[in-house]
Design a protein around this ligand. Structure first.
Ligand code: PGA
Length: 246
């Protein structure tokens, strides 16, 4: 029963979209009518511009942030600055950050704490690789990522995104059953082992090749509360269709 939970379609633009594309996108979605939260994570360098161009019902966030507010961290983006720009949320622990930039559980835990301290909502990503799925380790991996990354965090401002690594950018989507099983496990795990908001109230999004064509079926599962969407969130028509079909 997901009637109480908030639902989201979050666009993760990764290192895509130039200023022209952003202007066009935000103009096209300016009168979007939707029952889901409409959030977009552009490149950090574009947050300021997005804040100026967006309409009220869109929230802007970052794709990553540093684990400290300031200091000698060349090239990093401070969560405090992200908040000052007016952003609402930050994605932490995306698999591309975990694998390409070797971000481990301890760092992700610190980033989450700092982001929450700055009153940013955290979209915390977890997910198994194909190898781990084939070795029947899905639950073990999810449990360890949740426990190590969020261990004693006591906050209402955390959303979980389950993103199986093998489904990200590959065109292969987890079946509603595979995703649903993982979401059910995650909700049960939060209930028993974490201090986040009541597990029944925590929104758990699915990510990995979500498209307008499969969002409805995915979200029909009682434990799937929306999508974290890469490729299919770049074009305004597709983003609007995701909202309509969800
Ligand atoms: P995708 O990306 O929708 O392009 O698979 C999802 C993500 O990485 O968040």
């Amino acid at each position: 029963m997901k009637t109480n939970r908030e639902t989201y379609i979050i666009g993760n633009w990764k290192m895509n979209q130039d200023l022209g594309a952003i202007t066009h996108f935000l103009d096209e979605v300016s009168d979007l009518k939707t029952e889901h939260h409409a959030w977009i994570a552009p490149q950090a360098l574009h947050i300021d511009k997005c804040m100026k161009l967006k309409s009220e019902h869109i929230q802007i966030g970052a794709q990553n942030c540093a684990h400290e507010d300031s200091g000698a961290f060349t090239g990093e983006n401070s969560p405090k600055t992200i908040k000052e720009l007016g952003a609402h949320f930050v994605i932490i622990g995306h698999s591309e950050r975990r694998s390409l930039y070797s971000e481990g559980d301890e760092l992700l835990y610190k980033k989450t704490l700092k982001a929450l301290e700055n009153e940013l909502v955290v979209v915390f990503c977890i997910g198994e690789t194909l190898e781990q799925r084939e070795a029947n380790k899905v639950e073990e991996v999810l449990a360890s990522q949740l426990l190590n990354g969020l261990r004693d965090i006591d906050s209402k401002n955390v959303i979980i995104a389950y993103e199986p690594v093998w489904a990200i950018g590959t065109g292969v989507t987890a079946s509603p059953e595979q995703a649903g099983d993982a979401h059910k496990f995650i909700r049960g795990f939060i209930d028993k082992n974490l201090k986040l908001e009541d597990a029944q109230e925590t929104s758990i999004l699915y990510g990995g090749s979500v498209k307008p064509e499969n969002i409805e079926e995915l979200m029909s599962h009682e434990d799937i509360d929306g999508g974290l969407v890469g490729g299919a969130s770049l074009k305004p028509d597709s983003y609007i269709m995701l909202h309509k079909n969800a």
